[in-house]
Design a protein around this ligand. Sequence first.
Ligand SMILES: NC(=O)c1ccc[n+]([C@@H]2O[C@H](COP(=O)([O-])OP(=O)(O)OC[C@H]3O[C@@H](n4cnc5c(N)ncnc54)[C@H](OP(=O)(O)O)[C@@H]3O)[C@@H](O)[C@H]2O)c1
Length: 259
Amino acid sequence: MPERIEIPDSFPSVGGVSDKRVVITGAGRGLGELITHAFSRGGAKVVLVARTERELKSVADSLPGPTMVFCGDVRDADFNEAVADGTVSEWGGVDVWICNAGISPIVAGPLDTAPQVWRDVIDVNLTGAFLGARAAARVMGKGGRLIFTGSVLGERPCKGLAAYSASKAGLVGMAKGLALDLASSGITVNVVAPGWFDSPLADAWKSNDQLSEFILGHTAQKRWGRSVDLAGAFQFLASEAAAFVTGTVLNVDGGYLLA
Ligand SMILES: NC(=O)c1ccc[n+]([C@@H]2O[C@H](COP(=O)([O-])OP(=O)(O)OC[C@H]3O[C@@H](n4cnc5c(N)ncnc54)[C@H](OP(=O)(O)O)[C@@H]3O)[C@@H](O)[C@H]2O)c1
């Protein structure tokens, strides 16, 4: 091998997450459930976080590897700190923290968006992610990985989802800021921005004919995303192969941002 090509024999397989201790919020269903399965099948130890205990336990029971379940609300700073401390005390540390919990309660214009709905969306999607990142940064060491689930709507909003789009655009700014803040601690911070995926959250989008038509019309591949399309992006960013990737957005959208 030429001298300038430094690829050690131990170079990890791209997306290798074996033995990593991974916290995943919003792990009870939808995209979080699928990410959790992918990491567990890749040999990671996974910590499942959401509010509905029944869903978390059902997912945890179906996983092949070690799991822990923490039931609570990502809007609660103390809860996030307890997840961090509980993981450290049980498994000795945290390697990856995926802030994936999110809501999109309505499709409506500004006059039909109650102030409380706006606040809820920002609180869960943006503040909740910050509180998770804050707890993670306290306990993570060099090589730590923070990953936020963003959305293509953070870059290209569509009608009726202004609060959701604002929360996801905010995540990108936050990730870039934190990437700068945490670089000296050896922690990378990135966003995976899914396009339109079939999940319980997407039910409200699918049942809106106008929105549904818009989505397929603007997705270059003319289909909704499937589980197999997404997990690899998270695994890559969590792996050693992505050590030099920070402050970036990885769009997984079938070309939605192109069309
Ligand atoms: N589906 C898509 O097409 C799509 C596209 C782009 C981005 N996304 C993003 O992907 C992420 C997951 O979405 P999804 O489609 O999988 O949604 P989902 O099926 O509704 O699942 C959301 C998960 O987040 C949890 N959650 C919600 N609020 C929470 C809170 N306050 N505290 C703790 N956990 C909370 C939910 O559990 P509990 O309700 O039990 O707490 C659930 O486990 C979100 O950030 C979403 O914005 C989705």
